[in-house]
Design a protein around this ligand. Sequence first.
Ligand code: C5P
Length: 207
Amino acid sequence: MIIAVDGPAASGKGTLAAGLARHYGLPHLDTGLLYRAVGVAVQEFEETDQFPDRAVAAAEALDARDLRDPETLTTARAGSLASKVAVIAGVRQALFDFQRSFALQKGGAVLDGRDIGTKICPDADVKLFIQADSKARMERRARQFEARGEAVDRYALYHQIEERDARDMLNPHGGFYRAKDAHLLDTTQLSIEAALRAAIAIVETAM
Ligand code: C5P
């Protein structure tokens, strides 16, 4: 069973995907971490014209071990770098195989990201598209950062999230739209537990 979970930044897709993976005993890949790891690896070239080539090389060399440092990968800076390398066709191509082989492992998997239902696993058994309004998403992200002791400027964070959404949606090489057969789940008013129950109910009826 392959479950594809897509949605914008801080929509709750990662938490939901992890919950579904636990519930069904499946491995889970947060594909945003791949783009974040590539972005962080080439950050020193951000303002140079070497950036695209360096990013493709970093994506080709990416190893599962590079994803083990969530502290540096979950910062707002890493998210912004991720969305910059994500518009490079060669980066997406290099990361495609990594994601595809994860999805096709025996027994199935849960993957979350932006283009899982549209490009990586158009053949997924169940597709979820997670949505939440921008203010709710900003507030969730702010609390995550605060929980680990980081100071948060809510105004700046709101704009960062909107800017990242825009870059993702306009990405000519992306696939960030709701697949025709994806089930929409709006988590704006839902607790984590309620969202997970709703997601499980969708999976059960779709099977
Ligand atoms: O999901 P997360 O916020 O960690 O993703 C970071 C960035 O990586 C996104 O803003 C997007 O630009 C890129 N991304 C992508 N395709 C995916 C997952 C993430 O383009 N499947």
